[in-house]
Design a protein around this ligand. Sequence first.
Ligand SMILES: [Mg+2]
Length: 398
Amino acid sequence: MGENLVVKTILHLDMDAFYASVEQLDRAELQGRPVIVGGHGMRGVVCACSYEARTFGVHSAMPIARALRLCPHATVLPVRMARYQEISGQVFEIFERYTDLIEPISVDEAFLDVTDSKRLFGCGWDIATKIRRDVRDELGLAISVGIAPNKFLAKLASEQAKPDGIFQVPEAMDDFLLPLPLKRLWGVGPVMLQELEALGLRTVGDLRTMDRSFLEGRLGKAGAMLFRLARGEDTRQVTPERELKSIGHEDTFDKDLWQSESMHVVLLDLAERVATRLRRHGVMGTTLTLKVKYADFSSVTRSRTVVDGIANAGDMFVLAKELLDKTEAGRKPVRLLGISLNNLQEAGSGQGLLFDGQRQRQLNDLDRAMDRLRERYGEKGICRATLVGHRQRGLSED
Ligand SMILES: [Mg+2]
C-alpha cells in the first residue's frame, strides 16, 4: 500500500495525425489541405489522414477508394516510414529532456512519468506545455497531451485533448469519466462491447453500478479489470522498455561539405549534443564511432575505444577529428556526418583521461556551464563562437 500513496503525474503524448502532418510539413503546398497517407493505390487502405480529410468523414483503415469518394480532392501519398521514424526520434529526444521514465507505445505515442520532474520543470500542465512548445517550435508539428494520475486516465485525457491541446483529468474525476461511452475503455473491443451492451450498459457510469462479483462471474478476469477501470483505478507503471545502449547524433547537409574546417565545426556541434545527453543520463561510453556518408551515398564508419571512458564534448571532438582523418572526407564531398558513443556505463570518477587533470576539469566545467545556458536560453540561444557561423549559414538540418 505504502508505495501507492504518492499521487503520480503521468502524461500520455500523441502526435496529431502524425504521418499526414509530416507530409504537410515536408510539402508546404499541402498545408491546410486534405491529405491521405496509404499504400497501393486505389486498392489500399487509409493509414492516416489529415484533419482536413477527417471533416469529410475519412478515417484510418477505410479503403482509399471509399475515402476518395467522400473527399475527391484529397492528395493520396505513399507511407514513408523511414521519414516518420526520423521525426519520431526527434520527438522522443524532446521527451528525454523532461524525464527518463518514457514508455514508447508507437512511433508517435508514449507515456511519460513526470512525478519526479516537477521539482525541476513545474507541474504536469507546465511540463506538457513545454513539450508541446518544443515540438511545435523545433519540429513544426502538433502533439496532444493528457495528464492524469495513471496511464488509463492519461490515455483517455489525450483523446479529449485532440487536436492540438492539453487535457488534465479534473480532481472531480467522475464528471469526466462517467459519461464516457464504454468503447473508450482500455481493452474493450467490439466483442466485449457487444457483451456489455447486452447487459444494458452504455457508459462508464452504467458500468460503475455493477458489483464486482457479477462482472467477474460474467466476464472473468476482464470483468475484474473493468470494475477497476470504471473507478479510474490503474496500477500499471510507466516502464521504459528500451535500455539505453548508445547515444548519437548525425546531420545531413543541404550542400555537400568539402572543407575540413566546416566538418570540424559540425563535429564539435555533434559532440556537444551527444555530451549533453550523456550528462542528462549520467552515463559515459568507451567506444566512439564516426559515420561519414559521401555525396555518392556510400558510407564508412571509423571507431576508437578508450577504456577509461569518454564523457565530454572535448574528448569526443578530438577523437572524431582523428577518425575523420582516416576517411576520404575532403577528397570526396560529404553529405552526412554522425557520431555515436557505445558501451555506455554509469559515469564514475575517473572519467575521460585523454587530457591531464586540469584541462579535463576545465572541459567538464565548460560543458556543464553550456548545459546551464542552454537550459536558460534554449538549444539555439548559445553556442561556442566557432559554431555561430555554422548555425547562421544553416549548414546542418537543425
Ligand atoms: Mg497519433
